[in-house]
Structure formats: structure tokens, C-alpha cells
Design a protein. Structure first.
Lengths: 84, 115
């Protein structure tokens, strides 16, 4: 089970690399979106390893709120030039 | 038997998540990164939720996992489409392989409705 957590941490490291490195603002937004989906995977793994139920509730709420955050970022990006 | 099915789905899900994150690092363009990362990671997360249905052993957790699959498969492509549309409106060019511009010349884009 700890090997699985190590593996997911590798995926998180790739997303964080893209968030820091990304040449445009849109790349960082893609990284934030993917990071929000990986948090759901962490919640499912915590449900399986601890046996308590409310982590799955957190996963449902996170999957709904991820849509809101990503659409807010996309509407903020539309028609602007945010690149550095 | 049920545990073997659950672990199979979990292995498939981790393969998809790893390949999606690898595409997020390796792809050359915003659109390619969005395409590679969002679809693969969404499918991998859905597969891990299916494995949670098999492995958890409680009905409440399994029903919550089904609900989470439904919300995830509704929300994640919508978010990706909003991001891609925002990139298109902001005027980010599509990546072309260097040397291929003569073989595949850029086609004129039809005018958008909201411009």
C-alpha cells in the first residue's frame, strides 16, 4: 500500500513540475486541474486503507468543486494574455 | 475472486494515471497536454473508484463510489472543454512539428459565432 502512495506522489511531482515550469498560464491551469483529480484518488485510497466512510464523501464534494474552480479559471483566462 | 478483480482495476487505473501525468510532462502544446492528461487521468480515477466498489466491502462506500464516478465523468470533460475553449479564444496557436508546415499548410479557420 505504501508503494501505491509513493507512485501517486511521483504523479503529483509531475503535475507540480508542470505548474512551476509551464510556459503559459494555460499550462498551469491544466496542471491544477489534474492535481484536483489526483486528490480524489488519494481520498479513495484513504477510504480503502483506513476503512472509514467520510473520505469518499470528501471525494464526491471535491469532484464537484473541481469543476467550479476550473471553469472559474477558464473564464478568467478567456480573451486575456496572461503569459509572462 | 472479488479481491483479484479489484486489484486488477486498481492496477489498470494506476497505469492510466501514470501515463496521463507523463503526457502532461512530455507533450509539446497546451492542447496536447490537455488531451493526454485529462482523458487518461479521468479514466484511471474511474477505474480506481470501480476497484473501491469491489474492495471496500460496505454498501454505503460502494454507492458513494458510484455517485463519485457519475459526477467525475460529468464534470471532468466539461472542465477540459472550458479550458480548451478559453485557450482558443485567447489565441494560443496549435503546435506544428518543425518542417511539416509545407506538407500540411495551415487551413483557414471558419469565423466563430461569438466574435
Amino acid at each position: 500500500m505504501s508503494l501505491i502512495y509513493l507512485f501517486l506522489t511521483l504523479c503529483v511531482a509531475m503535475c507540480v513540475y508542470r505548474i512551476f515550469r509551464g510556459p503559459r498560464a494555460a499550462d498551469r491551469m491544466v496542471g491544477i486541474d489534474i492535481l484536483g483529480i489526483i486528490v480524489i484518488v488519494f481520498c479513495v485510497l484513504l477510504t480503502l486503507s483506513t476503512g472509514s466512510d467520510f473520505y469518499m464523501t470528501i471525494a464526491i464534494a471535491w469532484s464537484i468543486l473541481g469543476l467550479v474552480s476550473t471553469i472559474t479559471l477558464a473564464k478568467f483566462l478567456e480573451g486575456r494574455n496572461l503569459d509572462d | 475472486m472479488i479481491e483479484i478483480i479489484g486489484q486488477f482495476f486498481m492496477a489498470v487505473g494506476f497505469c492510466f494515471i501514470f501515463l496521463g501525468c507523463l503526457g502532461l510532462v512530455r507533450m509539446p502544446d497546451v492542447y496536447c497536454r490537455l488531451q493526454a492528461a485529462t482523458k487518461c487521468v479521468t479514466l484511471g480515477t474511474g477505474s480506481i473508484l470501480i476497484s473501491a466498489i469491489f474492495l471496500s466491502g460496505s454498501t454505503a462506500t460502494a454507492m458513494k463510489a458510484v455517485l463519485c464516478i457519475v459526477f467525475l465523468f460529468l464534470n471532468s470533460p466539461t472542465a477540459a472543454h472550458a479550458l480548451a475553449k478559453a485557450c482558443d479564444i485567447s489565441g494560443i496557436k496549435i503546435w506544428e512539428k518543425p518542417g511539416d508546415e509545407k506538407i500540411y499548410p495551415a487551413r483557414p479557420r471558419p469565423p466563430r459565432d461569438d466574435e
